[in-house]
Design a protein. Structure first.
Length: 186
């Protein structure tokens, strides 16, 4: 059912986009060198993890879209945030290529549930007559993710190491994004 445009909902969803894009998608570029060094992997072996994440995201997109179309966006996006946090915690403990591939496939499934596609589906369904304004706002604020999170993650890695930084990012999903999606998407 179409509702009247609610800027508060869109702003809060945008905060979730900012954190999700920044802490998952843009994270990978900053992890390349530390993963190569600490896991003894080549650039190609490490990069395969991100390719697997994108594959998992693509495979999960259809069921995620179906669940959102059935009105389960609250569960989908909250669950995606919880899964992202779990995957980041597990990532902080990775010691092999197979473990790296597993956590990035989990992150890919989480991305299908928390990035633009599900958020766009939510606002398009809820604000059928004014969805463009919502999508523009989500895209603009989510687009700031690299500006905010690349320096933040670099700072965290400089002070806590890459494993400690991953734990902080997991907390952002558990303490900010999951409650935000649960409370905002009623």
């Amino acid at each position: 059912t179409s509702q009247r445009y609610r800027p508060g909902l869109v702003i809060w969803l945008s905060v979730g986009q900012l954190v999700s894009w920044g802490s998952v998608f843009y994270l990978f570029a900053l992890l390349l060198a530390p993963l190569e060094r600490d896991l003894g992997l080549s650039r190609t072996e490490v990069s395969l993890a991100f390719s697997l994440a994108l594959l998992a995201e693509g495979l999960a997109a259809y069921p995620v879209g179906r669940w959102i179309d059935r009105g389960h966006e609250r569960r989908v996006m909250t669950g995606g945030s919880l899964l992202a946090g779990l995957a980041l915690v597990l990532h902080s403990r990775v010691s092999s290529a197979w473990g790296l591939y597993g956590v990035w496939m989990m992150l890919g499934v989480a991305m299908a549930a928390i990035l633009y596609s599900p958020a766009f589906a939510v606002v398009t369904r809820r604000f059928a007559s004014d969805f463009r304004r919502a999508i523009i706002t989500l895209t603009f604020l989510g687009g700031l993710a690299s500006t905010v999170f690349i320096p933040l993650i670099a700072w965290l890695m400089g002070h806590l190491g890459w494993r400690g930084a991953l734990l902080c990012l997991a907390m952002a999903h558990w303490l900010l994004c999951a409650p935000l999606h649960w409370l905002v998407l009623r």
